[in-house]
Design a protein around this ligand. Structure first.
Ligand code: SF4
Length: 167
């Protein structure tokens, strides 16, 4: 199984707490006004990489946890679910995932929701330019939520919502 990605950032500290391997995927149809990364909208942009190759790259960095961003990883939900499942089953790493869908939209769609059980944190919702707040950590506008899906991360980051029980 392959994913279409734009970039892999190593040991970044901008995409969640601590050091992270950040996978920037290609493709987003939310087209938020003022998007920080409109070059990521093209579903044919970037290059293909297999789940196995990405997993190997992630495993090679024993220090970093993992981030899925883009683009929107939920437009490639089958491949990202496979990657997330293997990360959780084969490493002790946490996964943060950014999406333009709301948590409720994902929960209502069985196909999208397949990835949720393998994520630790979901940062959800579209960026709303009129509400832009540059003081927010890891979010562009306050409608976006940092949702804890497991107890793997602490809740010391402002703007987080309590643990959401999935199952
Ligand atoms: S969801 Fe993110 S990547 Fe997609 S258009 Fe909105 S801000 Fe840009």
């Amino acid at each position: 199984m392959t994913l279409r990605i734009l970039d892999i950032l190593h040991q970044t500290m901008a995409d969640g707490p601590g050091f992270r391997t950040a996978i920037y995927c290609a493709g987003c149809a939310h087209h938020c006004k003022g998007c920080h990364n409109p070059q990521s909208w093209d579903f044919k942009g970037g290059f293909e990489v297999s789940v196995d190759e990405l997993l190997q790259i992630i495993k090679e960095d024993s220090l970093s946890n993992v981030t899925f961003t883009g683009g929107d990883p939920f437009y490639q939900v089958d491949a990202f679910t496979e990657l997330a499942r293997r990360i959780k089953q084969e490493t002790g790493k946490t996964i943060w995932c950014w999406t333009g869908f709301t948590y409720e939209e994902i929960l209502a769609d069985e196909h999208l929701a397949q990835m949720l059980p393998w994520l630790d944190v979901l940062v959800d919702g579209p960026f709303i330019l009129e509400q832009r707040d540059t003081t927010l950590l890891f979010r562009g506008s306050p409608n976006q939520r940092i949702i804890y899906l497991t107890e793997k991360e602490d809740d010391s980051i402002p703007g987080t919502v309590p643990l959401v029980p999935l199952r």
